[in-house]
Design a protein around this ligand. Structure first.
Ligand SMILES: Nc1ncnc2c1ncn2[C@@H]1O[C@H](COP(=O)(O)OP(=O)(O)OP(=O)(O)O)[C@@H](O)[C@H]1O
Ligand SMILES: [Mg+2]
Length: 74
């Protein structure tokens, strides 16, 4: 079972894809950087993994934007 959550933002920089789920990681966007702790995705992945699922991120292929996929084998 997969649940995909998509947005219509700028997407994720290629160099950030590997580190997105690291604790306290925040992509460096200079002045455009929004407030945050860099913990949201690490915590989200933790919740999904204790339930036996996976949480991954990728860029959309149909337009700009990020896509987060929660996946469980059922
Ligand atoms: N939907 C998204 N589109 C593009 N980049 C994203 C998206 N969500 C997260 N990121 C990038 O991944 C980084 C880590 O996200 P994460 O949610 O862990 O922390 P945060 O949003 O910075 O802070 P918070 O702890 O408040 O959620 C963000 O700083 C941002 O650079
Ligand atoms: Mg966040």
């Amino acid at each position: 079972m997969e649940i995909a959550v998509r947005d219509e933002g700028d997407g994720i920089a290629p160099e950030a894809l590997d580190r997105l789920f690291d604790k306290f990681y925040r992509a460096d966007d200079g002045d455009r950087r929004r407030a945050g702790t860099g913990l949201g995705l690490a915590i989200a992945r933790g919740f999904v993994e204790v339930e036996g699922g996976t949480l991954t991120a990728r860029n959309r292929t149909d337009r700009s934007g990020a896509e987060f996929i929660v996946s469980y084998r059922i």
